[in-house]
Design a protein around this ligand. Structure first.
Ligand code: THU
Length: 160
């Protein structure tokens, strides 16, 4: 028997202003699309912008439904749309930001478990890391080097 530790390194920026130009542009797209979220039930609006290997940026925002489980998170709207529009094109990075109409979101919005699993499908398939940029309404911005970092011991098709 032995104990193992799983850890990962991430970069913490004090604000969006500290990001490099490319990352700032991507986060800007996420901020724009966040405003188009359809979130009448949670009032929690999320925007996601996916940068692809071909340079295209595909956006998504959360889409809620009166039958709550029928809604979908911004991240999955974005990555599914990216794969539908540009099948087989790799994903470089995804910028994600959230705001609420009820309170100020002061910490970076990390993808939910279902979205982590959905994004991990593409990361596993393309065999290269997908970077994540996470931001709330204000405060710090986190940059993760790979989706796998935030989904340790993940399930993928190698088990099937
Ligand atoms: N939401 C996202 O869009 N992304 C996440 O990673 C977390 C949650 C959405 C789903 C729902 O519309 C609202 O935020 C509140 O959970």
């Amino acid at each position: 028997m032995k104990k193992q530790t799983i850890s990962f390194e991430l970069t913490v920026f004090d604000s969006i202003e500290e990001l490099n130009g490319k990352d700032m542009d991507l986060m800007q797209r996420a901020l724009e699309t966040r405003e188009d979220a359809y979130a009448p039930y949670s009032n929690f609006m999320v925007g996601a912008a996916v940068l692809l290997d071909n340079g295209a940026i595909v956006i998504g925002n959360n889409q809620e439904n009166a039958s709550y489980p029928s809604g979908l998170c911004a991240e999955r709207v974005a990555v599914f749309q990216a794969s539908a529009k540009y099948p087989g094109v790799g994903i470089k990075s995804i910028a994600i930001t959230a705001r609420s109409t009820m309170h100020v979101v002061q910490k970076p919005a990390a993808p939910c478990g279902n979205c982590r699993q959905a994004i991990s499908e593409y990361e596993y398939k393309q065999k290269s890391p997908i970077e994540l940029l996470l931001m709330g309404e204000e405060g710090k911005v986190l940059k993760c080097n790979s989706l796998a970092d935030i989904l340790p011991l993940g399930f993928n098709k190698s088990y099937l």
